[in-house]
Design a protein around this ligand. Structure first.
Ligand SMILES: Cc1cc2nc3c(=O)[nH]c(=O)nc-3n(C[C@H](O)[C@H](O)[C@H](O)COP(=O)(O)OP(=O)(O)OC[C@H]3O[C@@H](n4cnc5c(N)ncnc54)[C@H](O)[C@@H]3O)c2cc1C
Length: 437
């Protein structure tokens, strides 16, 4: 669909849907604050931690709420893809954590070093002990470049190695290399890790965007694109995976399945992949590396992770997938990327998880029961070209759950979905941090 196809009636429908959602949200927040002396610690002040602090500050009166995070800068991570593709400058994704900390919430600028859910306390890196009645863990995840032999973040921007995940500067440096490749051509290698990861659509988006840039910048006929998937699919939702497979085929992007990047040799520009048959070497002119991702050590070394299976190895928290409440420690919740649930690990999931977890926490304080349930909602605006995207939204059961049914078709490449990703998403995200969306 071209811009002109999205007519006035469609815009009105979209606005009406937005207004209905906003009025539901404001009704939910209209209840009088609950008086309490509860001590609440929130570990991590990223998307989920800040949104949790905002919600709790609105709903509670008299609580002692402490956010613990050393990071001063806040990163709008969904924008990293845009920076890495030369669509936005690096400063588009940077703001200050302090500007989102709600009035009445204390921000302790340290990291959590230990979590002791038996003793209801956390210990910070400086040795400070914080006792709590409720703990919300929102530490996100940790990028583990070091688990790829020969790789470290300092290599991003050199030897044809890009990685948009490592932050604004890395994304900007990756754009420098990708742009060069898009002009000169060569062999482009695109990877994703075998662990759980945040925004599992980003490796695909970045491949599409690189191919589109090469087409626009003249290098396409001299370029080869190979996407290496860690398993036998391209995306966890089968219908989306199939759609991407068809688009890759149309655009002559080759796919290699069951390939996991294990080592890189920057000098020789050789990447080693683990395959079901052994190892295999691939050369690159441009490589996009997405590292393995694990829970941060403070969580991994605590009793909070799952105790069996891959989620135990990677350290994701053992929470109930509907309520985000810890299965063994009922006064502990896990929201955002740290939650060991079958879908999620997007800012869009945070938007739906936080109201549910905070509703249960507030109900506990009141001695009541909440019936709020998170259904696994995850959204991925899958950019396929500059000016086009598919707004893919789904739940735990792999049902497609479009927010604007009849207006935005989930598996169509649309200009309006591109507008959502490049213009509407950031204001919505900022509203979420402030507890208003
Ligand atoms: C390249 C890329 C593209 C993406 N695209 C999209 C998209 O299009 N749509 C979408 O919805 N989502 C997208 N995401 C995912 C989204 O940004 C994350 O899912 C979201 O930020 C998760 O929020 P979080 O609070 O769990 O983690 P974060 O926002 O990462 O915050 C975690 C915070 O915890 C802190 N922390 C870590 N360890 C400790 C500790 N021990 N003690 C105290 N604090 C700690 C960190 O400093 C950080 O501030 C993308 C992410 C990336 C990287």
């Amino acid at each position: 669909m071209e811009p002109m196809d999205f007519n006035r009636r469609d815009w009105l429908k979209l606005l009406a849907a937005g207004a209905a959602a906003a009025s539901t949200a404001s009704r939910a927040q209209a209840a009088a604050p609950v008086n309490t002396k509860a001590r609440i610690v929130i570990a991590g002040a990223g998307a989920a931690g800040l949104a949790t602090a905002a919600r709790l500050a609105q709903r509670l009166d008299g609580a002692s709420i402490t956010l613990v995070d050393a990071r001063q800068q806040h990163y709008y991570q969904p924008g990293f893809t845009l920076v890495g593709a030369g669509i936005k400058p690096a400063d588009y994704v940077v703001s200050s954590t302090g500007s989102y900390v709600p009035a009445g919430v204390q921000w302790l600028q340290e990291r959590v070093a230990e979590i002791d859910p038996e003793g209801n306390k956390v210990v910070t890196t400086s040795g400070k002990t914080l006792d709590y009645d409720f703990l919300v863990v929102a530490t996100g995840l940790q990028l583990e470049y070091g688990l790829i032999e020969g790789m470290e973040p300092g290599l991003i921007g050199q030897h044809g190695i890009g990685s948009i995940y490592n932050g604004p500067q890395a994304a900007a440096a990756t754009w420098g290399l990708m742009s060069q490749f898009a002009t000169q051509g060569g062999r482009g290698v695109f990877t994703r890790p075998a662990t759980e990861m945040k925004c599992a659509g980003a490796p695909l988006k970045y491949t599409f965007l690189s191919e589109d840039r090469a087409t626009r910048q003249g290098g396409r006929s001299k370029a080869e694109f190979v996407y290496f998937s860690n398993n036998a699919t391209l995306f966890s939702v089968p219908i989306v995976s199939e759609k991407v497979r068809m688009l890759f085929r149309e655009r002559n992007i080759q796919t290699q399945y069951n390939r996991v990047l294990t080592a890189i040799d920057p000098g020789r520009r050789i990447a080693t992949f683990k395959t079901p048959e052994g190892t295999e070497e691939q050369n690159w002119d441009f490589i996009h590396v997405i590292p393995p991702m694990l829970a941060p050590e403070a969580v991994r070394n605590s009793p909070l992770p799952w105790t069996t299976g891959n989620w135990a190895k990677e350290g994701w928290m053992e929470v109930d997938k509907g309520t985000l409440r810890h299965v063994r420690y009922p006064n502990v919740f896990g929201v955002g990327d740290i939650a060991g649930v079958p879908k999620g690990k997007t800012a869009a999931s945070v938007k739906w998880q936080v109201p549910v977890a905070t509703d249960h926490l507030v109900a506990d304080i009141q001695g009541k029961k909440s019936d709020a349930i998170y259904n696994g909602y995850t959204s991925c605006p899958l950019i396929t070209r500059l000016g086009q995207a598919m707004l893919v939204e789904f739940d735990y059961e792999n049902n497609l759950t479009p927010s604007f049914p009849g207006v935005i078709a989930p598996l169509e490449e649309l200009w309006i979905s591109w507008v959502m990703k490049t213009m509407a998403l950031k204001p919505t995200y900022i509203s979420m941090l402030r507890g208003r969306a």
